[in-house]
Design a protein around this ligand. Structure first.
Ligand code: ADP
Ligand code: MG
Length: 352
């Protein structure tokens, strides 16, 4: 009850917006559930500072607003800075929801990963180059450690709030120039199990490139959303039983893999990798045995990187990318994994 009163009061004192307040800029994205634009205010307000991102969404926008409001209050640093959400109009096509965020910057992890200079391009934007190590896998590993720590930190925030993202992928990770850290965006497919919101309709397609093999997060024993009060009482138990957060961990594991192995960064190679892994029954160690003997120099370099420091990176990777959700490490446990526990990291963490 308090939570709703707080939410209401907080909202009363925040600026409100409507359609005519905005001038739309460049289109940033378009999915089946909405269109995303860069936007600015048509008439500058006294409190206004700068640029926004505006999403026009279909009926699913209502849930996305709800998720963003919740994240904003509970774990604001995990996700892009949400400003406001409202119902604009109901057309023949159904309701149209508008969602507004602060513009965080131009770089998604997807864009950064596609550059030949990855991960040094990230080192530059996070730290402005300060490393004394020569270029090579050790330095690359340190940068990847920093990125992984930021991603797990953001994800742990969401999971501790009771939210599963379900669409974690490089396209949904933005580098926030203001906080000099990666944040998660796009809560359009997220589920909040503690309050019983939201169960995506069955026909909703998860991104097959990054989705864990279980596909649907809740087991078939919990086919529909219970009403809110019942869910609030039950869902911590459901959470424990089903470990729905481990769906996101699998996706983060694939991102780790792509960062460490340049040859797996392209879509086509990731899809091929997924096929191979499936044939290996999602056993990463079996996959390694399959491909390592005939590995390209690029692939071999990836294994070298994860094998640094006694193979601690490979250990973390294999504890994320596993067939059974319950055998995957949690975001919180991953943050405490010895992969992140190295002297050289101190220099990086001081900067954050
Ligand atoms: P969808 O995937 O449903 O089209 P997203 O919320 O993922 O919508 O946004 C689409 C794209 O817009 C992102 O991949 C990113 O490039 C950009 N974007 C979204 N939110 C922000 C933000 N707060 N700051 C800067 N860019 C953003
Ligand atoms: Mg997206």
């Amino acid at each position: 009850f308090d939570m709703f009163v707080l939410a209401f009061v907080e909202r009363l004192f925040r600026p409100t917006f409507r359609k005519d307040d905005f001038v739309l800029g460049k289109k940033l994205g378009e999915g089946s559930f909405g269109v995303v634009y860069r936007a600015s205010l048509s008439k500058k307000r006294a409190s206004d500072d700068g640029e926004y991102v505006l999403k026009k969404a279909t009926e699913y926008g209502a849930v996305e607003i709800w998720m963003n409001e919740r994240v904003r209050r509970a774990c604001g640093n995990s996700c892009a800075d949400f400003v406001y959400g409202f119902l604009e109009k109901s057309s023949k096509k159904g309701p149209e929801y508008w969602l507004l965020w602060k513009y965080e910057g131009e770089s998604t992890l997807a864009g950064l990963l596609q550059s030949k200079d990855f991960p040094y391009n990230v080192e530059t934007i996070i730290l402005g180059k300060v490393q004394d190590l020569p270029r090579g896998i050790e330095r690359e590993n340190r940068i990847i450690q920093t990125i992984m720590r930021q991603l797990l930190f953001a994800l742990d925030g969401l999971h501790s709030t009771g939210i599963v993202h379900r669409d974690v992928k490089p396209q949904n990770i933005i580098f926030s120039e203001g906080s000099r850290a990666f944040k998660i965006i796009d809560l359009g497919a997220a589920a909040d199990l503690r309050v019983g919101i939201n169960y995506i309709p069955k026909e909703f397609l998860l991104d097959p490139r990054y989705a864990a093999p279980e596909q649907y997060i809740m087991s078939t024993q919990t086919p529909s959303a219970p009403s809110a009060p019942v869910a609030a009482a039950l869902s911590p138990v459901l959470w424990q039983m089903n470990l729905p957060d481990r769906f996101d961990i699998y996706s983060i594991g694939l991102i780790f893999l792509q960062m460490a192995f340049p040859s797996l960064r392209s879509d086509s190679n990731l899809i091929q990798f997924n096929r191979q892994l499936k044939r290996c029954e999602y056993d990463l160690t079996a996959w390694r045995k399959l491909v390592e003997p005939r590995a390209s120099p690029d692939l071999r370099r990836g294994f070298e990187l994860v094998d640094l420091d006694g193979g601690i990176g490979w250990e973390l990777l294999t504890s994320m990318v596993r067939y059974k959700a319950r055998q995957r490490i949690s975001a919180k446990a991953a943050l405490a994994h010895p992969y992140f526990d190295r002297q050289g990291l101190l220099a990086l963490s001081v900067m954050q």
